[in-house]
Design a binder for this molecule. Sequence first.
Ligand code: NAD
Length: 485
Amino acid sequence: MTHPAQPTASHFINGEYVEDTNGTPIPVTYAATGEQIATVYAATPEIVDRALSTAKEAQKAWAKMTGTERGRILRRAADIMRERNHELSVLETYDTGKPLQETLIADATSGADALEYFGGLAGSLTGEHIPMGEDWVYTVREALGLCVGIGAWNYPTQIACWKGAPALACGNSMVFKPSETTPLCALKVAEILIEAGAPAGIYNVIQGMGEVGGALVTDPRVDKVSLTGSVPTGKKVYAAAAEGMKHVTMELGGKSPLIIFDDADIDNAVGGAINGNFYSSGQVCSNGTRVFVQKGIKEKFLARLAERTGNAILGDPQDEATSFGPMVSENQMNIVLGYIEKGKEEGARLICGGKRADMDGYFIEPTVFADVTDDMTIAREEIFGPVMSVLDFDTEEEVIARANDTEFGLSAGVFTNDFSRAHRVIGQLEAGSCFINSYNDAPVEAPFGGVKASGVGRENSKEAIKHFSQVKSVYVRMGDVEAAF
Ligand code: NAD
């Protein structure tokens, strides 16, 4: 019997599902059981071409509509997503393995927030009038044209909307390629946009591995590429986009610092560390995986952390009582288990977890290492799993220098009851998305993105508009033209 997660077809182009079984089959595995629940096929060159030519053509009429008209469609799509939240969350859980407890509040709802927010902004995108004596200049905020979105596997619905909503609000069209590990959810976003009244062809989804992503990025019809993925992929995609002088947004990885001073509220700090390491089983780019704890509260912090981590409920992700799910895939599980072994070998002290959970699927116990030093592999490399490294520190100056000693710069957090210190420290941390006495909040109203190797550009908020549009400037002379001859 066909599993309910099996999509109608692999791709969604020009307003309808399209299949082409000549592409490489991509099995979709439910991470909680290891069972294959669906198959899609990678886009062949014909499918890639069809999606791009459709999107290129559809964009012209879409950009001619008023912003208010485009926005109304996006806001309708947001309403449909909210109405179907339960069904979409169940699918997100099958796609990723994340527990329903999370997906019900963090995925389709976050996607709907983006559609609603950018739908609301669409009618207010304007240029300006610049007086020049009797002459004047006016500017026009124009769409870039055809945008490509490429997604990672941790938030398939959210990423499809965080890229699609601002792109469409600005009058662009999009071809979105989900991660091959989680190909299901973006198809629903495409379907819902059509149901909300979007013209066929403005938002298309095609499947495939890096090769299909590469074909999209290098195609001369494409004006912009927005990638969510790892730093190595980001470097390749950025370089390929540069060849064609395309616009880019790069949302890449991190190894973010979370700094806890000894005057912090311990339970809030522990809560922040749990949210910043174990939500989505640690598969979150902005996670604060280097937890610097000031020496005075170290043991108290570790004891409370171990106690609360022991309350995680591992189990069937479709059961709303489950609070901790599996790794997205067997491959990711093995990568993370490799890092845990490295942590043990390099002398970090295991506080809790540290192994695969004794159950079906790709579960790893939430793991905490203490006495981690800056040079250890687990403190330097992005693990993308439920592995927290706790490091000690003495002074503010020291911790700022150590926190910044990394190629990454996505996020940073500070817990302290001294507000001058909180702002002083955050002001010196090299990171794009920061938190004070909190961790990992990502509302659509706030810009999101990294500095250094963690990326370029910003998603969400009014900032995203700048990355999906460009300004045309027009000088208007009212008098006669003076010339040398
Ligand atoms: P990945 O880099 O392996 O793949 C990301 C996407 O890029 C996939 O769709 C993949 O098929 C595609 N791709 C791979 N090679 C390509 C190429 N040469 N050209 C074009 N496309 C190509 O990342 P992943 O394993 O799917 O996701 C995990 C990574 O994503 C982590 O590093 C994580 O930190 C990062 N991430 C970042 C954010 C953010 O917003 N900053 C959010 C989620 C995940």
